[in-house]
Design a protein around this ligand. Sequence first.
Ligand code: HAM
Length: 419
Amino acid sequence: MTFQAPKGTFDWLPPRSEQVLAVREALVAPVRRAGYGYVETPVFEDTQLFARGVGESTDIVTKEMYTFPDKAGRSLTLRPEGTASVVRAVLQHGLHTGQLPVKLWYSGSQFRYERAQRGRYRHFWQVGAEALGAEDPALDAELIVLAARGFSSLGLRNVTLLLNSLGDGNCRPAYRAALQEFLRGLDLDDETRARVEINPLRVLDDKRPEVQARLGGAPLVADHLCAACKAYHEEVRALLTAAGVAFEDDPRLVRGLDYYTRTTFEFTHGGLGSQSAIGGGGRYDGLSEMLGGPPLPSVGWALGVDRTFLAMESEGLLGDAAPGRVQVYGVALGDDARRRMFLLVAELREAGVSADMAFGGKGLKGAMKGAGRSGARYALILGERDLAAQAVQVKDLTTAEQTEVPLARVVEVLKGKVQ
Ligand code: HAM
């Protein structure tokens, strides 16, 4: 029996894995250019961090966490998202006592026990950016613009930005009560009724058509925003418009995590079917306090790398994944020549030329086949006679032209050719 990757997970293999790395780099390039610093947090955390941070009534916490006791009996959870960990790290190390906002970006695996389907995995990859410790609509707009730039730099066109405000501690309670009153009057199943009592906003996000059909006259948060939230939201909208970032107001956008206040947004892609969100985020002014910290108004997002890759595929943007792994490929015949080639390949790499060689004692034919597959432009052929003459044959694999170069000069010659 051979093993299979667990349900809901998959492997990234070359050459697609190289392409997904490039996608990840492109998505974070704009935030790095905007002065965000890299943060790496543990893949597992105290379970309570997510229970309190993400929210006890969310699907993520109630149904999807990979929670396990460690050998000392602590309850740990594989991170389902990055924001709670970043806030924990900022508070733990006192980063918020320095210059604000603290701007951080991250990249890594997330784990959610979801119903597995195309675009929805149990192990997936996000990049994220968080700006902590400032309440400023320009910061919300900056982050949204940076995410939009990441997507557009990849050539994606079929992306829609949905924008909403969820209000704050001032205006949300009254809205929540109005929504609850409306929802209590509907004919809903028991689980949804329970949700109406715990987190009525999440009911608006219910994807089932029979539930959506009943939500027609539901009160909208946009109609209940206090003056401060309304002004804040208008400023975010104006800044996005000025930056040339198109968006759609979506008064039903609530998102699946409980920590949001004011600005919320999601990027969706038209080529992905039901799992259309390629990124999302928003402001979370109360999260620090929920985790025992001081008030630390903050905003951030996470983008789904796997889904962005699928989105690119659906727009035909990935092209043929060229193997093109190395520039030079060594083919040596005979034991002495092989030893010399082993050193030569190392010298080439030191000199900044990417190089590989035939391994496994292949004959000339097999080794040349390897050279062809490696994507290399040049093959270096070293036989016993070449070695005796302290020379090597440099074959241009695109033209089949072959020249003899002294071994002492070949690194320099190839360096000149590949640059
Ligand atoms: P989220 O909306 O849960 O937000 O996830 C962000 C993105 O991760 C989604 O838009 C999607 O592209 C990707 N994603 C989520 N679940 C899966 C899955 N099961 N399979 C594949 N991709 C997935 C957050 O995680 C928040 N922490 C974002 C944030 C940062 N808010 C403020 N700061």
